[in-house]
Design a protein around this ligand. Structure first.
Ligand code: NG6
Ligand code: CA
Length: 497
């Protein structure tokens, strides 16, 4: 028998797999990644007890594309629909496509998702009062307890295996992203009804005093209570683990924090000293600790591979007045990185990334370049599946801490624009559009010339070497074009709507 962990892992009897996926959690938001004012003891425990990646990437600087890539192992820029989706958007994963849950299910796993979906549902013409399909169940999840899109988008209801939870048939749900429903208040017209004020966007239907994106009517008994969302998702995730502890299972636990609107449960209010954004990170960290406690109490920790990451980088003001900027103090959500959510600079996609397996993965820090896109092939290797996708690579040994040889090159995406990471280098082609998104106050990476940075010497991407290192520039351009094809820098204009 081999003494190599990756080999041993394969011989292990079908370990459980848990992916914990935060929403908009930044590289610098976590203690283990250098945060001091923000306390994340439970995430830190995973980081210190597992492999903590310093070069771990989400595939995109926004949610839907990253989630698409995570589950399918395909670069999101190959799918023109993989953009930030409305709550009424159709499913963007082809039901014939391989996904992590499908691959694991073929190997005898029970598969579940609890939390944020945001990959579209149905065919674009969903009747929210009937069984909603296709959705997570059709792309590989045996069990699905989700919110359709984001916490700031309607419909503001939970959906369990295609059915809206707690729906009163006498109060049917109607959703539109075009027009309001007759007589329904909106954030724009009824500021007196708001407990949270909108800064940009987010001025359509009001639910629980919070103005949202999109219009919704009906479904009163089904509407979620924002402050209870974390507890609710946590308890569903815990129930899932308990119900399936006697068979190999895959749980995709997609936390909603710290995405807007930030609505900590009252017991977390004021806990971070940074206002709601900090408080919901404290809340998310607590949830992760509770989930770990459940795995431990059920005797599953030694037989469960846990991956923790985030779908994109951090943002402070993402459309509501919630003190994220005002109460930030010295905290740096992006850490040493430049940019943030929506950005082609590093903070857009470089995120906390941890693999943890008690007793199996030795604690280590890894500088290997890894992407969430590689989880499909790496998990396939773990369970002995032949399933593969075009872009996903098997780095099981890297995730197991047995090797530091990750990716040589990786395409990064931000709102359909792409950049190339190769070795220590980053190439950002010229893109039209503002250098700074003034709403969110994030540098997007747009410039009229090529940008070339050496991350080893210049992690903050301050010194553009495109002019002085022509040789490297040409080499990077050639590599970029070989992966991305001609015209790789021609994209649609960034629109945040
Ligand atoms: C943007 C929203 C932002 C957030 C984002 C999606 C506006 C002005 N901004 O369009 O608040 O919802 O979409 O975030 O509406 S993500 O993490 O799901 O990609
Ligand atoms: Ca996100």
């Amino acid at each position: 028998m081999s003494c190599n962990s990756a080999e041993q892992a394969k011989e292990e009897k079908q370990p459980n797999v848990v992916i914990i996926y935060a929403d908009d959690l930044g590289y610098g938001d976590v203690g283990a990644y250098g945060a001091t004012a923000m306390k994340t003891p439970n995430i830190d425990k995973l980081a210190k007890g597992g492999v903590q990646f310093t070069n771990g990437y989400a595939s995109s600087a926004t949610c839907s594309p990253s989630r698409y890539a995570l589950l399918t192992g395909m670069y999101p820029w190959r799918n023109k629909n993989a953009k930030i989706l409305a709550g009424t958007a159709p499913l963007i994963i082809d039901i014939a496509q391989i996904t992590i849950p499908k691959m694991l299910r073929e190997k005898g796993y029970h598969t579940g998702i609890v939390g944020k979906w945001h990959l579209g549902l149905g065919d674009g013409n969903v009747d929210w009062n009937q069984h909603i399909s296709p959705g997570p169940n059709e792309v590989g999840f045996d069990y699905a307890y989700i919110m359709a899109a984001t916490q700031d988008r309607v419909p503001t209801v939970y959906i369990e295996n295609g059915m809206v939870e707690n729906l009163d048939p006498n109060d049917p749900i109607d959703v539109s992203y075009k027009n309001n429903f007759e007589g329904e208040p909106t954030g724009k017209n009824n500021p007196e009804m708001l407990k949270m004020k909108w800064h940009h966007g987010h001025n359509n239907s009001i639910v629980n005093g919070i103005p949202r994106i999109g219009y919704m009517k009906g479904g009163e008994t089904a509407k979620w209570i924002d402050e209870d969302m974390a507890d609710n998702f946590l308890s569903k995730a815990q129930e899932y683990i308990k119900a399936h502890k006697n068979e190999p299972f895959f749980l995709y636990y997609a936390l909603q924090q710290p995405h807007v609107p930030r609505t900590p449960h009252p017991r977390f209010e004021g806990k971070s000293g940074m206002g709601p954004r900090g408080d919901v990170i404290v809340e998310a960290d607590w949830c992760i600790g509770e989930l770990m406690n459940t795995l431990e109490a059920e005797g599953l920790l030694e037989n469960t591979l846990i991956i923790l990451s985030s779908d994109n980088g951090p943002v402070l003001n993402d459309g509501y007045y919630d003190d994220a900027v005002e109460k930030l103090g010295d905290h740096t959500p992006a850490g040493v990185l430049r940019g943030g959510k929506y950005s082609l600079f590093e903070a857009g996609t470089r995120v906390p990334f941890i693999s943890f397996w008690k007793g199996r993965i030795q604690p280590a820090t890894s500088d290997a370049i890894v992407s969430q896109i590689d989880l499909l092939s790496s998990l396939a290797a773990l369970v002995g599946s032949e399933s593969a996708s075009r872009d996903s690579k098997d780095f099981l040994d890297v995730f197991m801490g047995e090797s530091q040889q990750g990716r040589d090159e990786l395409i990064l995406e931000a709102t359909t624009r792409t950049a190339l990471r190769k070795g220590d280098w980053i190439l950002i082609p010229p893109y039209k559009g503002p250098a700074l998104n003034t709403w969110v106050n994030i540098e997007l990476g747009n410039a009229s010339d090529y940008q070339l940075y050496n991350l080893k010497d210049d992690i903050g991407e301050q010194n553009n070497l495109a002019e002085t290192n022509k040789e490297k520039l040409e080499e990077m351009k050639t590599s970029f074009e070989s992966i991305r094809g001609e015209g790789y820098n021609k994209v649609e204009k960034l629109e945040l709507k």
